[in-house]
Write a protein of this length. Sequence first.
Length: 286
Amino acid sequence: MPRRVEIILGPTGVGKTAYAIRRAQEVGSPIINCDSRQIYKELCIGTAAPSRREMAAVKHYFTRSIPITRNYTAGIYEIEALALVNRLFNEGHETLVMCGGSMLYIDAFCYGLDDFPEVPLQLREHLMECLREDGVESLAAQLKELDPVSYEELDLSNGQRVIRALEVSMFTGKPFSSFKTRGFKDRDFEIVKIGLERPREELYERINARVLEMMRRGLEAEARRMLPYRDLPALQTVGYKEMFDYFDGVTDREEAIRRIQVNTRHYAKRQFTWWRRDNSIKWLAV
């Protein structure tokens, strides 16, 4: 029987965790997380990380295991996840279950990442300051001038992604997109992608309800604990950014909740758009 990794993917709020736990129990596998925010120790409520009960049901890897102060990247994840998978295969597992919704982490694991040039820290710090003072729209406008291809492909609401593309373009004088060879690396195991989907209105209702449940469970308090770290890459994500605006007096509490719901729905839509181009995904209605 060939060694295989089943990747349970899909938009936020669709029900990946519950499905992955059932599947992992069926095949006797742990769950390998591929969500770029659930990987952090301090981020629990706002990332909808698995509960203690869910983590007790099946062993989890890369879930709440890394401090937010660590500069963790998709490239590091590719190396560490491949090492873990090979170790688990050598221990006797034939089928492994991976679960998450981070497009870049999944692509890194499946295909590998392109090699991008190193950029001076001073340039990155300058762009981070611009992000704080002028917002992501200003940086996106610069990116549109320097690299229209990346401008069309990237999630422009993600300041970290915009900065990464912009800093490479500014430092090298070449578009960030020109460094993307899209050459796939070979993996010595089978990869099966299982995409979970629900009707859009049902998914959006689940997202709205989940945000309210996050608030009930203490998202506001969790976000307040993260205030000293708000500029770290780990905190540039839906749920925390909106709460920081509330703490700064930019919005009131109800508006912050509404924005989390809206931005989470937008993120789910972007996830669908990304994965619909991948014909290898086997879609499953849940």
